[in-house]
Design a protein around this ligand. Sequence first.
Ligand code: AMP
Ligand code: GLY
Length: 439
Amino acid sequence: MQVLVVGSGAREHAIVRALANDPDVEGLFCAPGNAGMGQQATVYPIDVSDPAAIVELATGVRADLVVIGPEVPLVNGAVDALSTQGIAAFGPTKAAAELEGSKAFAKEVMEAAGVPTARAAVCSDLASVNAAFDEFGAPHVVKDDGLAAGKGVVVTDDRAAALEHALACLAKAGARVVIEEFLDGPEVSLFCVTDGTTVVPLQPAQDFKRVGDGDSGPNTGGMGAYTPLDWAPSNLVQTVVATVAQPTINEMQRRGTPFAGLLYIGLALTSRGIRVVEFNARFGDPETQVVLAQLESPLSALLHASATGTLAALPALQWRAGAAVTVVLAANGYPTKPVTGDPIEGIPEAELVPDVHVLHAGTASDEEGQLISAGGRVLSVVAQADDLAGAAGRAYEAIGKIDLVGSHYRSDIAETAIRGMIQVPTESTDTANTAEVTT
Ligand code: AMP
Ligand code: GLY
């Protein structure tokens, strides 16, 4: 199979790595790629926000499968354009990608499908924002309705700061802002591969969204992740597929906009049961880096089956024993104002640590061929071991060998899980599990 991977983050590097290890993959291409992906695939620096450019490249390299990593090409209709040309594409159509593209749309689908989520108000003026703050109380959760690369959400006890973010969201033309009730309890990311009908869940992971240790500082695209979640209830995946994924996929099909590709379910395990925090229409970054490291089954067959509506016939997925941890190395100033263009040293030394590999995100080569930083999240250091403590130990040993001036990373990825300190609140008698949406 000839496969083209679209994207340039560590998530796409993880996808490329898994496909490079897959005996069914004969040719591997990526666009626009980064300095690391060039080792396993041929890189084409095209503008991937333009569906026509993706179709042209896919045709040129005779791709049997195109895997779309990021949300922007999906929301722009890359999968629609490829399908029109008869090219199998992993990812949802433009209409189905609205599950991520609009938080208000996602809430509407969840309500129709009876999926448990936070109560929410979709507001287009200040008066309704204030009314929602009064109704839900603190902490206040304020979300930009549109795509914001994981940075459009503010969760705060400070009403003035919440109001300020809501006003910033509303300042855009025709904009809406979503105000939600606060969800307590640990968060879980569950990836479900689907062909629009059948749902195949992957192994759950946990992501660390805040920039600083102990979940301090602003939200980011994600600073680290680990899998599996030994602390989670044993029936979690089954419950989420039955109460969230399958009803959502059925509802999308009922609407005539079937969702195929990856449904990313961000969940909170609250005292009132599981609640959806967000849907994304693509693999999560950095969770993909650990989930695909643990996946033993060939990735191309899974993604191709999703793209061609044949998931029901796919053999059950196989997973490696043990655990994987990834720690993200971020540039000086990330997430506010990342500094780029500085040399990166020490990756070969990091990869000498057993069962460690380094995935690239914001990297580039300068004229002399020196690896330099070129984005906010620069590298994802991935480590595997027999258990979580071993994997975290290797990840931190490896990341300590990498030099990038002013760079930073969280030093507590997977720590509370290793210490057995994650508490899943026990469910109270309130078992209401229907979304209540006020618009
Ligand atoms: P989102 O972009 O919707 O995933 O939100 C980003 C992050 O903000 C989530 O991963 C949570 O950590 C936090 N968050 C979002 N919604 C809520 C909520 N209703 N209650 C508590 N935290 C939330
Ligand atoms: N890890 C969060 C995301 O990919 O949106």
